[in-house]
Design a protein around this ligand. Sequence first.
Ligand code: PBG
Length: 303
Amino acid sequence: MERILRLGTRGSPLALTQAHMVKRALEAAHGWPDTVIEIVPVKTSGDRIQDRPLAEVGGKALWTKELDLALDDRRIDFAVHSMKDVETIRPAEIVIAAMLPRADVRDRLIGAESIDAIRKDGRVGTSSPRRSAQLRRLRPDLEIVLFRGNVDTRLSRLNLGEADATLLAAAGLDRLGRADVGVPIPIETMLPAPAQGAVGIEARRDDFEVREWLAAIDDAATSASVHAERALLARLGADCGSPVAALAIPAESGMRLQAQILSPDGSESVEDAALIGTPEDATTLAAALLERASATLRAHFSG
Ligand SMILES: NCc1[nH]cc(CCC(=O)O)c1CC(=O)O
């Protein structure tokens, strides 16, 4: 008999593209059509509220809450997320079951050839506390204007002249067929957000059959890196309003984890890197960053 599994996703163009990537990867791994995968778009509060910063309106839970409920109610069997948008602390009934191979982790700058080339006292549109703090650190003269909405909304606001430049994740632009848009910012200039470029799949903890079926497409290196970046966030006590950048890159017998915490205005910044064995070792680097931070910088974290 034919088995149907329901894949829950947000309804944005990027989310739907990522949902299709996961569906294709599962069909390829299991020999289509061992199971029919039905894509179920679920509207999230994050998609409805567009005019205020995320941190102000309830944080990342806005993107996951409705999908968490749909999993719990068995309206869906698994959920696909941009790992960057998944809160650090998840409900106990939910597990991250797999991740696709990570894409380009860098940000791309649109509207100028480089951060240095943005006009003096120019305006940059972003709603990300990390991008805003990193930009202000590199270019204190720049003004940050709030840009939210999906990739196309942001690009059209740029074209309307609401800002001189904007930053978007290369991964999202590439997946939407916009590989021609913007110039990549080297990670030495702007370290990306934890989990940027990674697509993850969550399932019910007690659904061992689905978890095992999903695990067939897990990219172990991506999972290890993203779990390390998330362990760092957890130890820092960071929320979606805390400016944090982190990137773990596979290295011999483990990973090289690099991280940065900043004050929102970019006036303070602490950076460090370490070779780690397991994702949990990231907590040591987090503790070292907090140790070196001033009292005012530490006040932005609860770890
Ligand atoms: N916060 C929105 C979001 N979540 C994931 C991506 C891009 C895809 C990715 O990082 O995997 C984006 C857009 C952006 O930051 O430009």
